[in-house]
Design a binder for this molecule. Structure first.
Ligand SMILES: [Zn+2]
Length: 297
């Protein structure tokens, strides 16, 4: 009678990509760093060192059907990218190419941030928008803009030879990005890849730059929600109006170039005015509260 094999916890972890592949911690690029990568971030593809390892790293095994490594390599040639893109060490290896990143924070893990005044939240919007402007200016549509794909350092520090500024978002994940033949306002619709932000009505053929702006509008909304919860102060209507305007209509009826939402340049231009007004509002509020305290018994 054939004996049935018992699946151990380790077998199960290997089968579902919870454990990193055996070769990963034997790879010269990891051995050289003297660390062990054993924590799962994304099944089969992204792992990191344990929380107590300092400095910790994240290792991405790029999917063979994507061009993420070539995207990073091209972007890294541009000195301006250091203001917007997460630092990354590309390990060229014919069999097992790797992308190694430093460990930084995701927005909602930051305890000190997101009890910000609304003017500071708008500054964060501006940082995100600058990143999208940078990409669109180079005819690159990210295609998967989401709050989770912006990471930030909680202090000014140099990581992997790149200066990181505290609380400034740096974008990751170019797995689905495309460099397009035409720029914003000229590029006809294309088939969009899967994304964190769901596609309204399941329609996948859209203007890719407008799709980035739609996802950015949703990311602004998610940042707003985190701050609303933590800061426990209502946002001025201007803030909610702004991200609704950037997000625009969900069901895009435009046959070719989408005009349902602003492009990144226009969104930044309007944000400048919104930031000024909200800052003024907070200043007036501050002066009023201070004066009231002087006369209080
Ligand atoms: Zn449209």
């Amino acid at each position: 009678m054939k004996q049935q094999s018992v699946e151990t916890e380790e077998d199960w972890g290997d089968k579902y990509g919870i454990n990193p592949p055996k070769w990963l911690n034997e790879h010269p690029a990891i051995v050289r760093r003297g660390v062990v990568v054993d924590q799962l971030l994304r099944h089969f593809h992204v792992y990191q060192t344990a929380w107590f390892v300092d400095p910790g790293i994240i290792v991405k095994i790029p999917r063979p059907d994507t061009h993420e490594i070539s995207f990073y390599r091209e972007l890294q040639k541009d000195p301006e990218s250091r203001n917007y893109i997460m630092p990354c060490e590309i390990v060229d290896d014919e069999k097992h190419p790797l992308m190694i990143f430093p460990i930084v924070s995701v927005i909602y893990a930051q305890q000190h941030a997101f009890r910000w005044p609304w003017s500071r939240v708008l500054k964060y919007y501006d940082d995100m928008l600058q990143t999208v402007t940078f990409l669109h200016h180079r005819r690159i549509a990210h295609m998967d803009i989401a709050m989770d794909n912006f990471l930030f350092s909680d202090k000014d520090e140099v990581l992997f030879g790149q200066q990181m500024h505290a609380d400034r978002p740096y974008i990751i994940d170019f797995e689905r990005s495309r460099q397009l033949p035409l720029g914003p306002g000229l590029q006809p619709p294309i088939d969009l890849p899967p994304s964190i932000i769901p596609k309204p009505g399941g329609i996948i053929r859209r203007d890719p730059y407008s799709w980035d702006m739609y996802c950015l509008g949703w990311s602004f909304y998610h940042v707003y929600e985190v701050n609303l919860y933590r800061a426990k102060s209502l946002a001025p209507r201007l803030v909610t109006w702004y991200f609704e305007w950037v997000r625009g209509k969900a069901d895009c009826p435009c046959p070719k170039i989408c005009s349902c939402r602003p492009d990144a340049h226009r969104a930044r231009y309007v944000l400048f005015g919104v930031r000024f007004l909200v800052h003024l509002l907070e200043l007036t509020d501050g002066i009023f509260c201070y004066t009231a305290r002087l006369f209080r018994a």
